[in-house]
Design a binder for this molecule. Sequence first.
Ligand code: HH2
Length: 337
Amino acid sequence: MSRLRPVAMTGTPRPADALPLAGSRCVWWREALDAGALRSASEMAPEVRDRFSGAKPDVCGLKLDRPLVMGILNTTPDSFSDGGAHYALEDAVRRARSMSAEADILDIGGESTRPGAKPVSVQAEITRTVPVIRAIRGSGIATPISIDTRKAEVAAAALDAGADMVNDVTALRYDPEMAALVAERGVPVCLMHSVADPETMQQHARYDDVVAEVHDHLAERIAVARSAGIARDRLIVDPGIGFGKVLEHNLALLRNLTVFHGLGAPLLLGASRKRFIGTIGGADAGAERMPGSVAVALHGAAQGVHILRVHDTAETRQALSLWEALAGTDEGQHHGA
Ligand code: HH2
């Protein structure tokens, strides 16, 4: 299995043989690390070059040639980073409205998956998320909604209420009904790498080669999804930062993000306010980790990540606007003053 790591570049001069990285308008590549040695893209088989370069299919009607912002709207009273601030229905709708000015997708979850978190019943998860989704749709907010759940019943109820895609942190492993549901509804699904469950996952943070193991696990989950009848153009992959990973694993995954473009699916990254940002950045509480989170989001953008899952949508959007203006190669693409 190919685990090439394209060397991601941005800006000018952009050589004549530069290829877009995973369909990006800003990020390009012309060589890749292959078992520690640099290889030119021109020496590679056309199908390998295409896998790393080709444009990605739209997700929820959104083009993926520039990084999208997925705004996190937790409806959990115990979520680590926004600590239940959006638990009340009207607060959730207000937050969704302000977020939808900056975010391309809203990710709504009713079960905390932070390390050590206790599971929530199907009914409780539905009670937390479905009224919020209904209220958002009822108030005329049309931003695509992703339901962050590992349970098919919750996903079905959320899709019925107006959600557009499923974000499963277990990559269809937790609930045997999830793959069939996603196939039947024909919606996009994010397959995220994780080990065990949130309660115990940090005890499983052991890898010989975290990048290779996460890559191969995601390849296997893609195969499972495909054999369950989920169309290839509905799949999104995510290395699962912080899920059964310690600091060194998170850093290795972030340094090697371009390896995951070899899976041929859009790449989602969720690093916002996670513990490693606090550890490296010296910031304890969730909101204090905003600047570090923006830095990691920009790093992801520069590696061709398609969807950035973040809490701080306004800050990330502003940072990305500047990044795009500077990383772009088309002088005419920035229309501001
Ligand atoms: N991280 C969290 C939850 N869902 N989904 C994807 N695809 N990728 C992630 O990295 C990811 C995710 C954990 O973050 P958060 O939702 O802020 O916390 P909590 O699980 O406590 O709600």
